[in-house]
Design a protein around this ligand. Structure first.
Ligand SMILES: [Zn+2]
Length: 186
């Protein structure tokens, strides 16, 4: 598990999508949903399943189905209109799914039950570049590593998306402004 920055992809996604599409309430819900899968620790602590069981750590809460279900559930509060609800469901599902993706990128810990309930098997990503082996679960060293390997790439990707969007809007407004005289001449 990432200890500190599981919420960060939700913020990055909201910023990249734009405040007119994702408001602060939806952003907050997304940040909470991105952290929620690790609530599975409670099930293990309560003795409801073993650590690596389907309802244990990185079990069903780290699956694609759980992310889709949580997205659909959260969209019920998105307000009227199917477009609005579909957008909220997609955003919330992506935020939830970011959790097992981040877990999967770390080079330590058990793998996730991505395909539950179709398959309880734990599947690892082929690419696990974030070096967390030997780093304590809590503390400054962990925080520093997460900033470097999670926070910084998210910051760069988000800024790249914002730059691309700003460029696209500039090109579009140039086209619109450029076409106006022709339209008025005609
Ligand atoms: Zn996790």
């Amino acid at each position: 598990m990432a200890t500190y920055l599981h919420f960060a992809p939700a913020i990055a996604l909201a910023v990249a999508a734009g405040v007119q599409r994702v408001g602060w309430r939806l952003t907050l819900a997304g940040a909470c949903f991105a952290v929620l899968p690790d609530a599975d620790f409670a099930l293990v602590t309560l003795g409801l399943d073993r650590y690596n069981g389907p309802y244990g750590h990185r079990g069903f809460t780290h699956s694609i189905a759980f992310a889709l279900a949580l997205g659909a559930f959260g969209s019920l509060w998105a307000g009227p209109g199917w477009r609005r609800r579909l957008g909220a469901a997609t955003f919330l599902a992506l935020c939830t799914l970011s959790h097992p993706v981040l877990d999967g990128l770390l080079d330590r810990g058990i793998c996730s039950a991505w395909l539950w309930p179709l398959d309880d098997a734990r599947l690892c990503l082929d690419w696990r570049p974030v070096p967390m082996r030997g780093v304590p679960l809590f503390g400054m060293e962990r925080f520093r590593q997460e900033l470097l390997w999670i926070g910084l790439p998210l910051l760069l990707i988000t800024n790249a998306v914002l730059l691309l969007r700003a460029g696209w809007h500039s090109v579009r407004s140039l086209r619109i402004n450029g076409s106006t005289p022709c339209a008025t001449q005609g």
